[in-house]
Design a protein around this ligand. Structure first.
Ligand code: S3P
Length: 174
C-alpha cells in the first residue's frame, strides 16, 4: 500500500464505517475524513436538518462538493456517507484517489447495529415506522452501486476489530 494512497470505506448506514475508520486511523497513523462531518460543517447544521429544510437533493449536492475537495488529499482514511456511490462522479473521483472498499452486511445486522447505537434519529432516511423494511428495500436498490468498489469485506455480524483486520489484509495484499 502506497503511503500516498487513500482508503475509502463505503457501505450501508450502520455497517460500521465510522468506527472502522477510526480504528484504521489509529493503526495506520493516518487522519480520518468523514464526508458526513464535512457536509455538516459546510451546511452549518446536522444532516437531519439539511434533509428537512432543503431536501435530499441539496444534501447530495453538498456531498458531491465534499468529494471533489477530498480528491486533493493523500494518505487519509475516507469515511463515506452511505449514499455517496449513488452519484457516478463521486465513484470516479473516489476510485481515482483511493482504494474503495465496500463493507457488506445483512439487513438484520444493520438493524441491530443501528438499534445498539440509537442511530435512527440522525439518519433521516431510516427515521421511519418500519426501518427493517426500508433497509431491505434500499439495500436491494443500492447493491449494484456498492459493488462498484474495488474490494468487498464481509462485515456481517463481525466486530469492529474483525472488520478492521480484514480491511488491513485486503489493502496490504493490493
Ligand atoms: C446516508 C447515509 C448517512 C448520511 C445520510 C444519508 C445514505 O451516512 O450520509 O443520512 O443515503 O445512505 P452513514 O452511512 O455514515 O450513516
Amino acid at each position: 500500500m502506497s503511503s500516498h494512497s487513500n482508503i475509502a470505506l463505503t457501505g450501508f448506514m450502520g455497517v460500521g464505517k465510522s468506527m472502522v475508520s477510526k480504528k484504521l486511523s489509529t493503526l495506520l497513523d493516518r487522519p480520518v475524513i468523514s464526508t458526513d462531518a464535512m457536509v455538516i460543517e459546510r451546511a452549518g447544521m446536522p444532516i437531519a436538518d439539511i434533509f428537512r429544510e432543503y431536501g435530499e437533493q441539496h444534501f447530495r449536492q453538498l456531498e458531491a462538493e465534499v468529494i471533489q475537495d477530498i480528491g486533493k488529499k493523500t494518505g487519509v482514511i475516507i469515511d463515506c456517507g452511505g449514499g455517496i456511490l449513488l452519484n457516478p462522479e463521486n465513484v470516479t473521483a473516489l476510485k481515482q484517489h483511493a482504494t474503495l472498499i465496500y463493507l457488506k452486511a445483512s439487513p438484520d445486522c444493520i438493524l441491530e447495529n443501528l438499534q445498539k447505537t440509537d442511530g435512527f434519529k440522525k439518519r433521516p432516511l431510516l427515521d421511519v415506522d418500519d426501518p427493517l423494511a426500508k433497509i431491505k428495500t434500499m439495500m436491494t436498490e443500492r447493491q449494484a452501486y456498492y459493488e462498484q468498489a474495488q474490494m468487498t469485506i464481509d462485515a456481517d455480524f463481525k466486530t469492529i476489530d474483525e472488520i478492521t483486520e480484514s480491511v488491513l489484509k485486503a489493502v496490504n495484499n493490493d
